[in-house]
Design a protein. Sequence first.
Length: 245
Amino acid sequence: MQIGILGTGRMGTALDDAMRHTDHSIVFRCNEQRPLTLELAARADAIIDFTTASAVAGNAEMALQHKVPFVTGTTGWENQRATIRKLVQQYNGSFLHAANFSIGVALFRIMALQAARLFDSIGGYDFGIHEIHHTGKADSPSGTALLLGETMLKNISGKTKIDFGNTNGKISSEVLQITSQRTGAIPGTHRIFITSPEDSIELAHIAHGRSAFAAGSIRAVEWLSGRTGFFTLDDMLADILPSIH
């Protein structure tokens, strides 16, 4: 496939490296200085987007107009979800998004879901999430931490809301706390804490680099080819690993 890359930062570099291990080729690269156009979009068999939240809807529409599958790992655009869904329906196109394209992280989220259900059914356990990323990361908490938190919140009967960051004083038992740390060049670490007066359990996912994110986004493009609709990485996993769901 001829794949267009939107974003030339760290993930753009990782995609360059990952693409060398596939049969695909990069047909163009775009960034703020060289934005996507309708003419460029028409040249691609698929587009992978790692840009900014404000650019996602416009870029997606240009791809959808040409029936070009659009995969994005950009976060922070969720307030435009309804708009993008309408565009997908309008153009009968294909759109897939994920806060994190690491297949390991996707399976880690499933583990988090099952752990929340399991320990909540026993009772007496509390839960928390902590994430660490490099100092250049723009959003806090990470999109992955948010996804983990939302997944767990739905499956813990005693929790009613998520609280971000450190708090002064006591924290309510109804709160699922997500804390963040920005240090050095760490690609991404997410830890889930499950504690009771008797014992503690920790689940952790530690990224060793950005290669997993790049490889996952390429795999998503391959899966999306020939499909129409608004998808997430969970939809892809449900198709690949139906027994997990």
